[in-house]
Structures are given as C-alpha cells and as structure tokens.
Design a protein around this ligand. Sequence first.
Ligand code: ZN
Ligand code: FE
Length: 255
Amino acid sequence: MSLELVTIPCRTDNYAYLVHDAASGQTAVIDVPDAAPILVELNTRGWQLSDILLTHHHDDHISGVEALRTATGAMVLGAAADAHRLPPLDYALTEEASFAIGSEKVRIIDVPGHTVGHIAFHFPDSKLAFTGDSLMSAGCGRLFEGTPVQMHASLQKLAALPPETLICSGHEYTASNLRFAVTLEPDNPQLISRVTAVADFRAKGLPTVPVRLSTELDTNPFLRAHLPAVKASVGLPDADAATVFTEIRARKDRF
Ligand code: ZN
Ligand code: FE
C-alpha cells in the first residue's frame, strides 16, 4: 500500500510534506519551515510524528526543527556532509544509506548545487521524490554553493527516476518559473497549457505541487538543456547540455 501524502503550506511560499504509513503508524515530515502548521496537521489526523527528514541546511527548511522535535520526540535525519550546520542529527545520511518508513524503503540521492550537501529522498514504492530546492516545479534552485555543472548532474539523476514519480519540491514558485520557461520555448504546447493550469490553481489558492516528473520533463527548461530546440533558443545549437544548462541558469538569475 502506498504512503499517504499531505502537502503543508508554511511561511510565505514554503512547503513541508507529511508521509504516513497506515499499517505501522509511522509518519515522517520532509523539511520544517515552521513547526506550528505541521503540528496542526498531525493533530487533525491523529498521527504521531516519528521522523524529521531534512533536504538542506537553509533556515527556511529547518527553522521549526527544534520545536517539532521537542513536541513529538521524532528522530532527525539529514545529510552527513552538512551535519555541522544542520540541527543535531540522530542519523547522518549518505547516498549509500537507506532506511524505511513503515515497510517502505527510502533512498537518498545526493543533489548538490543549491547547497553542496543537498539531498533528495526517494520513495520508489510510493513513487514520491522530495527534492527541496534542487529540482523545483518548472525550475531549479539558485546556485548558492555549487556549480552549474554540479546542479546539472544532480537534476540528471532526478530526471532518470520513473516518469510517473511525484516531485515534491520546497516552494511555490511554479508560476514565476513558467514565466521564464516560456521565454525559451514560446511554442511548446505542453508549456502553454501548463501556464493556464497553474494560473487556475493559484487563482483558487491551491498548491501547484507535487507535480509529475513526466510534466517536468515536458516543460521544465532545466531538464531540457539537451534538446536541439532549447539549445537553439539560447543561441548555443552546438553546445553540450551542461553548457546550455549553465546559460539557462544564468538567464534565470537575471530574469
Ligand atoms: Zn534553500
Ligand atoms: Fe528554500
């Protein structure tokens, strides 16, 4: 049986996610921008939090960890590489590590770029991937610490997951990311229809995440740097995908 997934808006435009295994009662949260809205969801559902999973060290993903740990006694798991700047970890994770929520195995994927120690959590059986500020809905995180080549390689790993995977990313940035994407591919029909769909969701106040990886592959320019049409649109028809990615990221920074 698949895990139950709950998307929780936090702060201005952050998201936390709960995953719950009904059989064991185990419940994990992915990122803690704020403890209060997460505690409300746990109480409403009568779920006991067992695990706090952290994608990266930025304050808008960890600031509620101590309050949530104190309130629930949950274990805190995060990247070993960033243990020195994450809240104290009960388990320090490497890409080789795996653990389980209930009977469901969780894989760690190193996705450096936004930060050097950024990780993603992949739940293959439930087809969920929690990508924080690496792969984002219609975009990718800014390169605060890593290089474009690193981020490109990280996104390649995520792009290789099964296309039906639901990408659960850390922010509500879809609409502005799409505004940039259409400057590169104004004639991409999937992109045009996604712009309309996302505007409808936002008009109703609904989150635009999670999103299927297949949708991202069709519309996210940062997953499309290898395509001739995208190369041509940035004036680099003969460049390799990493070079095109680097140009796209630079343009987005100026957008
Ligand atoms: Zn961040
Ligand atoms: Fe963030």
